[in-house]
Design a protein. Structure first.
Length: 136
């Protein structure tokens, strides 16, 4: 009888966990910006010149996100995507790495400081966000 046991290599497991962490960071940033400023998926899509359905699929996990796209999404939400590889901290007597700050690699979204009352929504059907216009 064939076995249906699936084996995942440690490298693929680490990659999967990292991609999940990036996607969750993007989802959290989107939820915060939506609540704070009313940012919509359409606003993000216009800013990076793609269709809204692409943004929806990427944020929901139905489409893979590249590192470049993560940066674009963060930019469109007025955030800066950061990445760092930290050395894992192993606690004696446990089967996994210590929580939060000790993951092997991490990503997070950092808010961009907004000057004045600039909005992140595209201005006057121009695909350049108002944030850039306010900086000029």
């Amino acid at each position: 009888m064939p076995s249906f046991r699936i084996s995942v290599t440690p490298s693929r497991r680490a990659a999967g966990r990292f991609v999940t962490q990036v996607r969750r960071s993007l989802q959290k940033a989107y939820a915060e910006e939506k609540k704070k400023s009313g940012l919509t998926q359409t606003d993000i899509a216009r800013a990076i010149k793609v269709h809204r359905s692409v943004i929806n699929r990427e944020l929901r996990g139905h489409k893979d996100i590249t590192v470049g796209r993560a940066g674009e999404l963060a930019w469109a939400m007025g955030r800066v995507a950061t990445f760092g590889c930290l050395e894992p901290v192993v606690t004696a007597g446990t089967n996994h790495f210590a929580s939060t700050n000790a993951s092997s690699c991490g990503a997070q979204m950092v808010p961009i400081p907004v000057i004045g009352a600039a909005s992140l929504k595209p201005a006057n059907n121009n695909l350049t966000p108002v944030l850039e216009a306010a900086a000029n």
